[in-house]
Design a protein around this ligand. Structure first.
Ligand SMILES: [Fe+2]
Length: 262
């Protein structure tokens, strides 16, 4: 497909074509190429999908389940809130800032011997031992500020990280590509380095083809992607993108794509 990924359906189609069944860790995949695809996505058509539950630090909406091989999702960040320190369960992640600003703190991967998990300490009868002696906190390697258009890359060999929205008043929005998808990861205590299994990573809204199929419909993203794939880039592309955005809004209003966790 030659159409530039300047709309969500076009980006989705391009990612399906570029990744197929491979992940970002594959030697056949160029991280810089996928990064460029994300950088070229600049359209405002994500707005209808940018759901925000202000009672939570961040709100996840699944846009595309990549036929089970990747997840493309939006995260809306509550002002002043952030994630815990976490790993990525073997997944590779590219994150682009679409609105606002995000702060990323990168940590060295802790030594498993120095930082037993909570369950391991319970099993050994030393549940409270972590507070004895010097705290073995995890080591900060880098702090970065990510502005609109910036794309960050993370996987477990790079380290752990936490993401936060430093603004006291403005929400932030980010676009995330995970390969492969994952439901659980580990979170870490910054002071002690203790790891815990996360809760299940769920979505506030799910617009994936899997959720649409469960509801007996076709996802708006899939429908628009097929249209984009079938037509060459032309002056009609703007009209097409506009009609896709309209269709997605209609689907959103009709509630035909149900919310469910991955
Ligand atoms: Fe992350």
């Amino acid at each position: 497909m030659d159409a530039p990924p300047n709309t969500l359906p076009a980006l989705s189609a391009t990612l399906h074509e570029a990744l197929e069944t491979a992940g970002l860790a594959s030697p056949d995949i160029s991280i810089s190429h996928i990064t460029t695809l994300l950088q070229r996505y600049t359209a405002p058509d994500y707005h209808p999908f940018a759901h925000h539950d202000p009672s939570k630090p961040y709100t996840r909406t699944l846009l595309d389940d990549g036929n089970g091989f990747f997840n493309l999702m939006l995260l809306v960040w509550t002002p002043g809130a952030g994630s815990p320190v976490h790993d990525h369960a073997g997944s590779h992640c590219l994150m682009k800032v679409l609105d606002g600003e995000l702060a990323e703190t990168l940590y060295a991967v802790p030594d498993a011997h120095d930082h037993p998990t909570h369950d391991e300490r319970v099993d050994s009868g030393n549940e409270d031992s972590v507070d004895e002696g010097e705290p073995k906190g995890i080591r900060v390697r880098k702090n970065a500020r990510l502005a609109v258009g910036d794309v960050a890359y993370i996987h477990d060999k790079i380290g752990l990280h936490k993401i936060s929205n430093p603004s006291p008043s403005q929400r932030a929005v980010s676009l995330h590509l995970y390969t492969p998808p994952f439901e659980y990861c580990k979170t870490y205590c910054e002071r002690t380095g203790e790891a815990r299994a996360s809760g299940k990573c769920v979505f506030y809204k799910d617009f994936s083809s899997r959720a649409a199929a469960a509801a007996g419909t076709q996802s708006a993203m899939t429908a628009c992607r097929q249209v984009n794939v079938m037509r060459p880039p032309s002056p009609s592309q703007d009209i097409l993108a506009s009609s896709c955005a309209k269709e997605m809004r209609v689907t959103l209003a009709a509630g035909s794509a149900v919310a469910s966790g991955i």
